[in-house]
Design a protein around this ligand. Structure first.
Ligand code: SF4
Length: 332
C-alpha cells in the first residue's frame, strides 16, 4: 500500500489521525479489501476503495516449483517488473526473498538481474507489498523471515529498505529475522551498523581475491575486498552478530582448492559464517559447480578452520535465479 498517499487522502478528508494506523493494521494483517475493515465507517471504506488500490503491485505471473518454492512476477503501477520468492522449509520457516530495485545498476556478470536495464528504486510500500501479496493469498501461513536478496542492491536504496524494515514486525517478521544482503556497498554497511534495528548483514563475496571479484562484480573496483571486510568487521564489533557470507559456486571459476584456502584465510570464523550457494544457471556464461566440487570446497574450508553450510537448492525446476522472470518480462 502507498502509505504516503493514504496519509494524504485521509488528511484531505479531515479524518482523525488514528485512521491511518487502523487501515495499516488491517493491511498488515492480510485484509483483501477495504470492505473487510469493519471498524472503519462505510463511507470511508467506499471512498478508499475508489481512490487507493490496496496494493502498489499487481501479480503478472507465478511459478511453483516441485519443492513448494513460489516465485511471483510482479509489476509496479508504472509497469516496472520485479520478482519475489517464497521458500518454505521443514522447520516451519517461510522466507520471503524481496527485491529492492526493479533491475539493478551493478551488472554482476553471473546475475540475470544485472543483465536487465535498471528501472528504479522500489518504494517502502512496494517492498512491503511483496511480502503482503503472499500473506493475503495464503491466510494463516504468514512469512516468518525476510531476506533482501532479490533484484537490486538494497544498500543503494537504504532509506526505503529501512522504512520497510521498520514496519516488518507488523507483518510478523522481527528485525532479527530480517537480513539485508549486499555486494559490498560500504556506505550502506556503515549505515546499517549504526541503525537501532537489529537487522542481520549478509555479504555476497563470491571470490577472495580482488582480480576475480572485480571480474564477477564490477562494484569491487569501487569498494575493494579489504575495505568491505573491514566494514563488515565493524558491523560485527558494534552489533555482536555474525555476518553471513554468500559464495556462489561457479564451475572452474571460483571453486578450486587454493581459492578455498584464500577464503579461509580472509575470513575469521568468529565473525563470518559461510554459505555456499549452488548456482542456478541463467543465460550467463557460467555453469554451476557440481555436487562433488561443492563438497570438496566445503571440506577444504573446514580443514582450515572455517565452517560452511551449503544452501539447499530451491526452485530448481522454475526460473529461480534472481531476475530470470523479470528479465524476460522486461525484454518482452
Ligand atoms: S547480484 Fe545483486 S547487485 Fe549484482 S547485479 Fe545482481 S541484483 Fe545487482
Amino acid at each position: 500500500m502507498d502509505l504516503t498517499a493514504l496519509d494524504q487522502l485521509l488528511a484531505e478528508r479531515g479524518e482523525p489521525r488514528f485512521r491511518a494506523a487502523q487501515v495499516w493494521r488491517w493491511v498488515a494483517g492480510g485484509a483483501r479489501s477495504y470492505a473487510d475493515m469493519s471498524n472503519l465507517p462505510l463511507a470511508l471504506r467506499e471512498y478508499l476503495a475508489a481512490s487507493l488500490p490496496l496494493s502498489t503491485l499487481s501479480l503478472r505471473g507465478e511459478q511453483v516449483a516441485s519443492d513448494g518454492t513460489v516465485k511471483a512476477l510482479l509489476s509496479t503501477t508504472d509497469g516496472r517488473p520485479l520478482e519475489t520468492v517464497l521458500m518454505s522449509y521443514r522447520d516451519g520457516r517461510r522466507s520471503v526473498c524481496v527485491s529492492s530495485q526493479s533491475g539493478c545498476p551493478l551488472t554482476c556478470t553471473f546475475c540475470a538481474t544485472g543483465a536487465m536495464r535498471f528501472g528504479r528504486n522500489l518504494t517502502s510500500g512496494e517492498i512491503l507489498d511483496q511480502v503482503l501479496q503472499f500473506t493475503r493469498r495464503r491466510p494463516g501461513v504468514a512469512p516468518t523471515n525476510v531476506i533482501f536478496m532479490g533484484m537490486g542492491e538494497p544498500m543503494m536504496n537504504l532509506d526505503n529498505v529501512l522504512a520497510a524494515c521498520e514496519r516488518l514486525p507488523d507483518l510478523g517478521v522481527t528485525h532479527r529475522r530480517t537480513a539485508i544482503s549486499t555486494v559490498g556497498w560500504i556506505p550502506g554497511i556503515e549505515r546499517l551498523t549504526s541503525t537501532d534495528m537489529p537487522l542481520r548483514l549478509a555479504l555476497s563475496l563470491h571470490a577472495a581475491d580482488d582480480a576475480l571479484r572485480s571480474e564477477l562484480m564490477p562494484v569491487n573496483e569501487r569498494y575493494p575486498l579489504a575495505d568491505v571486510l573491514a566494514a563488515c568487521r565493524a558491523y560485527h564489533e558494534r552489533r555482536r552478530r555474525r555476518v553471513f557470507v554468500e559464495y556462489v559456486m561457479l564451475a572452474g571459476v571460483n571453486d578450486r582448492y587454493e581459492q578455498a584456502l584464500a577464503l579461509a584465510r580472509a575470513l575469521d570464523p568468529r565473525i563470518f559464517k559461510v554459505n555456499l550457494i549452488p548456482y542456478n544457471p541463467t543465460d550467463s556464461p557460467y555453469a554451476g559447480s557440481g555436487r562433488e566440487a561443492i563438497a570438496a570446497f566445503k571440506a577444504a574450508l573446514e580443514e582450515h578452520g572455517l565452517p560452511a553450510t551449503v544452501r539447499l537448492t530451491r526452485g530448481r525446476d522454475i526460473d529461480a535465479a534472481c531476475g530470470q522472470l523479470a528479465g524476460r518480462a522486461a525484454a518482452a
